[in-house]
Design a protein around this ligand. Structure first.
Ligand code: SDX
Length: 435
C-alpha cells in the first residue's frame, strides 16, 4: 500500500520536501520529520510537545476528545471494575492478560522481591526527620543500583525483566518506609501472605505493639486507584523515564528520574495540591473568589485537579474515582466530608463557567483521588508517593518497550538559539559595567 505523504513548501524559496506519514493502529497519524533538518534545513518548534509524538508505543491509548483510556486495548472502566493492579501490571508489561499459571508465577515473583537490602533501611536515617516522603523515595530509588548490580545490564533481556520485577515489587516497601520514617515509627517488613496493596497498607499502618488487619474495602479501593494510575501514554514523567533510559542509564536511575518529574504540582503533585487548595478555599461561599483567581491571567493560581494536556473531556479516571468516593466515605470517612462536598460544588460551578467550558477544562485524575487517600488514613504528603508506586508499573513497561526496540537511539532534542552572536573575550580591566 502506498505510504501517505505530506509536502512542505518553503514559500520564501519555493523549495519543497515530501515527508512520509506514520499511521498508528488507531488515533492521530504523525508526519515523520526525521529527514527535515538534514534535507530541508529546518527544525520544528513545539516546546510543550503539544503536537509531537516522541515514540511509537503499543501500551496505552488515550482519546482526549472522547475521554477514552485503553491499556493494551482494554477499557480502563472494565479493568478498574474487574481486574486487579497486579494483573494490570502483567498486562502492561507483557501485552496480554495472564493465564492462571502465568499470573500465579508473576505474583509469586513480585511477592518474593518485596524486601529491600537491610542496609537500605539505614539510608533513611540520613534524612532529616521532616523530609517530605517524595524526597526520601527519590533518594532511595536512585540508590538501588548500588545494591542490585546483578540486574543493571540493560542489554540482557533477563536483567531487564529482573530489574522490572524488583522495581514493581520494592516500591510499596520503599514508599511505606518513607512514610514510617516521616512519622518516626518503626518499619514493618513486607508480609508474603498479603496481596500487593494489602501489603502496602500493612507496612504503612501496622505497629509492633498490636495486630493489624487490612480492611478489604480499603485494599480494594487502593487497588482500583492504583489501576487508574498505572500508565498514561507519554506524560511528563514517562517521557522523562524514556529520555533517561535512552542514554543507557540503569533502570533504577531512570525510575528515580520519573519520580522527580511526577512530583511537580502540574503533574502528579496535583493530588496533594488539590487538598491544599480545598483547605484554602475552606467554604462554598469562597468558591467564586477562587474561580475568579483561576481565570485571572495575572494571578498564578490555577484550579488544581482541573485541565489536562490531552483530555478535552472528562478524565475517565476521575469519573471512576468520584463514584468510588461515595463508597469509601460511607465506610471510612464522613459522607458529608466537607472536602468532598466542596470538591463537588467546585466542580459543579466550574463546569458551568464559560472560561472552563471554552477551554475544555474538566476534573482530572488528581481532583478526587486525595479525598479517597485521606479517608484511607493516608496523609497528604504521601499522595504523590502513592501515585509514584502505581505509575512505576507504567514507567517500567514503557522503559522495557523502548530499550527493546532494535533502532533505539539516545533522545537529543535541538533548540532555536536566541542568545548573543559570536563575540571576543574582553579582559577585566577593559570592561565597563554591563546591563
Ligand atoms: C496529571 O499528561 C498526563 O497524562 C498527566 C496525568 C497522568 O496520568 O500522567 O494525567 C496526570 O498530571 C494530571 C494533571 C494534573 N495537574 C493539575 O491538575 C494542575 C492544574 N492543571 C493545569 O496546570 C493544566 O491544566 C495542565 C498542566 C494539566 C495542562 O496544561 P496545558 O495543557 O499546558 O494547558 P494550558 O496551560 O495551555 O491551558 C490552556 C488554557 C490556558 O488559558 P489561556 O492561556 O488559553 O487563556 O487553560 C487554562 C490556561 O491558563 N488552564 C487553567 C487550568 N488549566 C489550564 N486555568 C485555570 N485552572 C486550571 N487548572
Amino acid at each position: 500500500m502506498k505510504t501517505r505523504t505530506v509536502t512542505l513548501t518553503d514559500n520564501a524559496t519555493g523549495k519543497s520536501i515530501e515527508l512520509p506519514v506514520r499511521e498508528g493502529s488507531t488515533g492521530p497519524a504523525a508526519i515523520d520529520i526525521s529527514r527535515l533538518y538534514r534535507e530541508f534545513g529546518y527544525l520544528t518548534y513545539d516546546p510543550g510537545f503539544q503536537s509531537t509524538a516522541s515514540c511509537s508505543s503499543g501500551i496505552t491509548y488515550i482519546d482526549g476528545a472522547e475521554g477514552v483510556l485503553l491499556y493494551r486495548g482494554y477499557p480502563i472502566e472494565q479493568l478498574a471494575e474487574r481486574s486487579s493492579f497486579l494483573e494490570v501490571a502483567y498486562l502492561l508489561l507483557y501485552g496480554e492478560l495472564p493465564a492462571r499459571e502465568q499470573f500465579a508465577t508473576f505474583q509469586h515473583t513480585i511477592t518474593h522481591h518485596t524486601m529491600i537490602k537491610e542496609s537500605l533501611r539505614g539510608f533513611y536515617q540520613g534524612f532529616y526527620h521532616d523530609a517530605h516522603p517524595m524526597a526520601s523515595m527519590v533518594g532511595v530509588v536512585g540508590s538501588l543500583s548500588a545494591f542490585y548490580h546483578d540486574s543493571t545490564d540493560i542489554t540482557d533481556p533477563r536483567h531487564r525483566e529482573i530489574a522490572a520485577h524488583r522495581m514493581i515489587a520494592k516500591m510499596p516497601t520503599i514508599a511505606a518506609y518513607s512514610y514510617k520514617y516521616s512519622v518516626g515509627e518503626p518499619f514493618s517488613y513486607p508480609q508474603n501472605s498479603l496481596g500487593y496493596c494489602a501489603n502496602l497498607l500493612h507496612m504503612m499502618f501496622s505497629v509492633p505493639s498490636e495486630e493489624y488487619h487490612v480492611d478489604p474495602v480499603a485494599q480494594k479501593a487502593l487497588d482500583m486507584i492504583f489501576i487508574l494510575h498505572a500508565d498514561h501514554e507519554q506524560n511528563a514523567s514517562t517521557a522523562t523515564v524514556r529520555l533517561s533510559g535512552s542514554s543507557g542509564s540503569n533502570p533504577f536511575a531512570c525510575i528515580s528520574s520519573g519520580i522527580t518529574a511526577l512530583w511537580g504540582p502540574a503533574h502528579g503533585g496535583a493530588n496533594e495540591a488539590v487538598v491544599h487548595m480545598l483547605s484554602e478555599i475552606g467554604d462554598v461561599k469562597n468558591i467564586a473568589r477562587f474561580i475568579a483567581r483561576a481565570k485571572d491571567r495575572n494571578d498564578p493560581f490555577r484550579l488544581m485537579g482541573f485541565g489536562h494536556r490531552v483530555y478535552k473531556n472528562y478524565d475517565p479516571r476521575a469519573k471512576i474515582i468520584r463514584k468510588m468516593c461515595h463508597e469509601v466515605l460511607e465506610k471510612f470517612g464522613d459522607t458529608n466530608d466537607p472536602c468532598f462536598e466542596l470538591a463537588m460544588r467546585l466542580e459543579e460551578i466550574a463546569l458551568k463557567d464559560e472560561y472552563f467550558i471554552e477551554r475544555k477544562l474538566y476534573p482530572n485524575v488528581d481532583f478526587y483521588s486525595g479525598i479517597i487517600y485521606r479517608a484511607l488514613g493516608i496523609p497528604v504528603n504521601m499522595f504523590t508517593v502513592m501515585f509514584a508506586v502505581a505509575r512505576t508499573v507504567g514507567w517500567v513497561a514503557q522503559w522495557m518497550e523502548m530499550i527493546g526496540e532494535p533502532d533505539q537511539r539516545i533522545g537529543r532534542p535541538r533548540q532555536i538559539y536566541s542568545g548573543s552572536q559570536r563575540r571576543d573575550y574582553v579582559p577585566l580591566a577593559e570592561r565597563a559595567v554591563s546591563g
